[in-house]
Design a protein around this ligand. Structure first.
Ligand code: BDP
Length: 716
């Protein structure tokens, strides 16, 4: 009996320790076992001198203390004044003494309001480390960066880090509904427990804010873009206020989605026409009401006249009328409007990829100062790979906000390991040629190409109430990586993977090296086994789970995968060149020419821009059919390799997370084969050709794959 009880408690304790690891994200603060590494830190960390008394300063101090305690096993002395040496002095510029202010003056000139300085200085022959910024949130960011250095076993003996975010609005978009379901959410239900708010503050809200602050995210849109007007009623605004109060000390502002027809639905008006005075006044009053409760409310995110959402066009007005009316309502309080450019219509016979550009480009320069236009990274919809959205190269007079999708709607949900910063980096590095060579998307959105009053980046959140937040332990890296790239869009995704792995799992080089390679490969793997060579949107419709290239019977043409791949006896691909829809003309001339010609078009985008015969010769000498089939196989092989790599890492990882990832990779492998077999069998009907050597023959029939139905696939 006693031994049984012992086993039971042992199981409970080891389960919770492991579960906590999953929960703790990249803030593990693992105890440093290497004595040499630890001793450098201990020498440098004699005491902490914390200046400032705001809530944010208290968080900075507490974080520093727990971080150091967990990693080094003892806490530095807290000193009320700078006595002796080897202190960490933590405080904002105004709180520093005049000597320090002088020493750091030129560094302060280099940073903006959210930036920080981490510097080893020697004052009166005493060695100190200063962590400072212009305000307390900057200091907090500095503290997290400092702790990451220790987490990653980097030296802190001679520090000189001066860093500031390059993009001002670094925002998560939660597609969370008021009933706690999450549109395209694969990690459980919404974190926001509206029923218990405002009185019950879940510890998770605090941990969420902390995780975001640690990577520099400074805004959160709490609600789905397919909005519900109820969030704007007093009852819900009280709840929003409670969340805003939790997030504020972490430097995070709250935003809401505004349903354009709210004046009718909750305001009792007969119209939501943006030119109607009563409507404009209703929004002004609503803004006042919100700002009374939440003085630093960020503003609204709006999806209008898109996929059935109401908008100004319902009243014969346009996006400018709608956005500017709302902009006027929040302007007196310093609020902003994030207006989405994700529009396409079933009544428009034009190529869907061209529609957002056609509609929005002529608006360049016409939005009010506090409007930023939010553009998805590609012209269709968060596919495994898309060429960058042509709007990024075509609206120099308008602030454009990047919208990435962190949740993996089209990339295997939370069951597939896909390291998205690799995708994000590809988009950010893409050259728009707007002002000649080197006009990258990153320079467009950070305002360095054409100066902008607002700069921003949004990521559609992959967070839910799953124990590990994101469903897949490695999906945490996508949240982390989004934050890091939002801070600095020029960072390398490999460096980010390195940081994340060290902070989340282990510093052992024998673990880091192969696992980093696995992460980096994972993005190309998903492209290969789902949509190689520029194919796109061939997922099963509605839920987007699994392959559905055969779907052709939906009422809206552009909801059918057949619309996108156009496979027939003559070949496959969407002709967007001059001979087709001429979508290539939406890009700068340099790119237009490059994309227009199949010979010069990058092969990764080949079938995005061209319809080519099955016998078309690829650069490697293979026919298109063979090349396509081999790509599908390559994707499957890559997942197999990922599995092997992970299996070899067992000794570096706690049991729980090791097992979780192992099981998930098994599912991914199964589903990669499903993708390969279903797509190849389907396309083979048109190519009429055998599978090339090296491609495993499918075990199931096409009919079998077509018969699979998933009425309860999550997130739909
Ligand atoms: C699509 C999603 C849909 C979103 C829409 C959007 O399937 O759930 O509402 O994007 O971004 O990809 O508005």
């Amino acid at each position: 009996m006693t031994s049984l009880r012992f086993v039971f408690w042992f199981l409970i304790i080891s389960f919770s320790a492991s579960a906590q690891k999953d929960y703790k994200l990249w803030l593990q603060y693992n105890k440093i076992q290497n004595a040499v590494v630890a001793s450098e830190y201990k020498t440098n960390l004699g005491g902490i001198v914390a200046l400032g008394s705001s809530e944010t300063s208290k968080i900075s101090l507490a974080e520093l203390e727990t971080g150091i305690l967990d990693m080094l096993g003892s806490k530095p002395e807290t000193r009320s004044a700078i006595k002796g040496d080897n202190n960490v002095i933590v405080g904002s510029q105004p709180a520093l003494n005049s000597d320090l202010q002088k020493v750091l003056a030129s560094d302060f000139d280099k940073i903006n309001n959210e930036g920080f300085i981490i510097k080893s200085i020697s004052s009166k022959n005493k060695k100190q480390i200063v962590i400072t910024g212009k305000n307390d949130v900057g200091v907090l960011y500095g503290v997290y960066r400092f702790l990451r250095l220790i987490q990653n076993h980097k030296s802190i003996s001679n520090l000189n880090i001066v860093d500031a975010p390059k993009i001002n609005l670094r925002v998560l978009n939660h597609w969370d509904n008021l009933d706690r379901t999450v549109e395209r959410g694969y990690a459980g239900f919404s974190l926001w427990n509206w029923q218990k708010l405002p009185d019950f503050i879940d510890q998770r809200y605090i941990d969420y804010a902390r995780a975001n602050a640690s990577i520099g995210i400074n805004g959160t849109v709490l609600t789905n873009v397919n909005a519900n007007a109820l969030i704007l009623t007093p009852q819900y605004l009280e709840k929003v206020k409670a969340l805003a109060n939790v997030f504020r000390p972490y430097g995070i502002k709250v935003y809401l989605t505004a349903r354009f027809s709210a004046p009718i639905e909750i305001g009792g008006l007969k119209t939501a026409d943006p030119k109607d005075t009563a409507v404009a006044n209703w929004w002004k009053e609503k803004a006042k009401e919100i700002y009374n409760r939440i003085p630093d409310f960020g503003g609204f995110l709006v999806k209008a006249n898109s996929e059935g959402q109401p908008g100004p066009q319902n009243y014969g007005r346009d996006h400018i009328d709608g956005a500017n009316m709302l902009a006027d309502a929040v302007a007196p309080f310093g609020g902003i409007i994030m207006w989405r450019a994700f529009v396409y219509s079933e009544h428009d016979a034009n190529d869907r990829a061209k529609q957002a550009y056609a509609e929005f480009q002529p608006y360049d320069g016409k939005f009010k100062d506090n409007v930023i236009v939010q553009v998805k990274n590609g012209a269709i919809d968060f596919q495994p790979r898309e060429p960058f959205h042509p709007l990024f190269g075509a609206m120099p007079e308008t602030p454009l906000m990047m919208e990435f999708q962190i949740t993996q709607e089209y990339l295997g949900f939370s069951t597939h390991l896909v390291y998205l910063p690799k995708l994000f980096q590809e988009v950010l590095e893409a050259d728009t040629y707007q002002k000649g060579k080197g006009s990258t998307v990153a320079k467009v959105i950070d305002g360095s190409l054409s100066p902008q009053k607002l700069t921003g980046i949004a990521g559609v959140s992959n967070i839910g109430n799953d124990l590990n937040w994101t469903g897949h332990p490695f999906a945490q890296a996508n949240w982390y990586g989004f934050g890091r790239l939002a801070w600095d869009p020029y960072l390398d995704s490999e460096t980010i993977a390195d940081e994340w792995l060290r902070s989340t799992f282990s510093n052992d080089e024998d673990f880091i090296k192969p696992i980093k390679t696995m992460m980096i490969t994972s993005r190309e793997a998903v492209v290969n086994y789902m949509t190689p060579l520029g194919l796109h949107h061939i997922m099963d419709t509605g839920h987007h789970y699994g392959p559905g290239p055969w779907v052709s019977d939906l009422s809206r043409p552009e909801w059918n995968p057949t619309y996108y791949h156009k496979a027939d006896k003559n070949g496959i691909g969407f002709d967007r060149s001059k001979t087709g829809t001429n979508a290539t003309a939406q890009y700068a001339q340099e790119l237009e020419q490059l994309f227009d010609n199949a010979q010069t078009c990058p092969e990764i985008d080949l079938l995005w821009f061209h319809h080519l015969s099955w016998d078309y010769k690829l650069k490697n000498g293979q026919t298109l059919w063979n090349g396509l089939a081999l790509k599908y196989q390559e994707g499957v092989n890559q997942v197999l390799e990922m599995q092997n790599t992970w299996n070899n890492s067992e000794k570096y990882v706690d049991k729980e997370r090791f097992k979780e990832v192992q099981m998930l990779l098994k599912i991914q492998y199964k589903e990669a084969k499903w993708w390969r077999d279903a797509c190849l069998l389907y396309f083979q009907q048109y190519s009429g050709k055998e599978l090339p050597a090296g491609v495993e023959p499918p075990i199931q029939t096409l009919e079998y794959f077509k018969s699979l139905k998933f009425p309860f696939a999550p997130g739909n």
